[in-house]
Design a protein around this ligand. Sequence first.
Ligand SMILES: NC(=O)c1ccc[n+]([C@@H]2O[C@H](COP(=O)([O-])OP(=O)(O)OC[C@H]3O[C@@H](n4cnc5c(N)ncnc54)[C@H](OP(=O)(O)O)[C@@H]3O)[C@@H](O)[C@H]2O)c1
Length: 230
Amino acid sequence: MNRPHVHINVAMTADGKIDSVARQGAAISSPLDMARVDRLRRDSDAILVGGRTLLEEDPRLTIKSPALRQERIALGLPENPAKVGIVSVADLKPDSRFLTTGAARKVIYTTSHTSPKQIARLRDAGAEVFIRGEVHVDLTAALDSLYDLGIRSLLVEGGGTLIAEFFRLGLADELTIYIAPKIFGGASAPTLADGPGFPLEHAPRLRLVSVETLDEGGGILVHYLIENKE
Ligand SMILES: NC(=O)c1ccc[n+]([C@@H]2O[C@H](COP(=O)([O-])OP(=O)(O)OC[C@H]3O[C@@H](n4cnc5c(N)ncnc54)[C@H](OP(=O)(O)O)[C@@H]3O)[C@@H](O)[C@H]2O)c1
């Protein structure tokens, strides 16, 4: 199978939460971390998020810095990476930020539960829509398709359910985690890898590349390679 290089990036608290129990997209990143993520976006062909993040937070998924966008343009690249959503029922509003913010290719992988009417609406709003799966999106097929669309480097920005699936299927290569010096607590608050959990013998293994202090306030950045079994 052909697939892009997959880099997962998240911001989490010291207790492993990527949002609070309120699930309203709590701010975790610091300004320095946001600038780092902007550079990661500059270096990626596409940015991907899962269905709940897409529908509940409606992220823009664009490069914030005009200077970084200019760097891409100077290299003959599109101003922004492609935006990719993995969503079982693509109930996205045509005026959503995902569809309307910034000059970017928009790609949606969904299932046969998305109605033809919804698909037509998304296509009218400029999105490329692909059915890949019955109940959930077949991630392997979606990555294969992204490769066919010319995507070679993919930045996965959450949430925890989707990231767990990337791990389970052995589809991810790198992981960077910004760890904020905060505790959110709450058993139901989303974590870096949610879903049903892994049997111990299949627990994904990581190889540490680097740890660095990012902020004077105590935020750190950890970089791992993901050891996928062949
Ligand atoms: N701190 C960070 O870096 C960061 C980044 C992004 C998001 N977040 C947080 O993460 C939370 C959302 O995460 P989440 O785990 O609830 O949702 P998610 O990972 O964003 O989306 C998961 C949903 O996508 C759909 N889906 C379709 N095919 C799938 C597949 N093959 N594998 C996995 N999911 C598939 C499913 O929807 P159905 O259940 O409808 O079928 C699934 O529930 C929010 O609170 C958000 O703030 C944090």
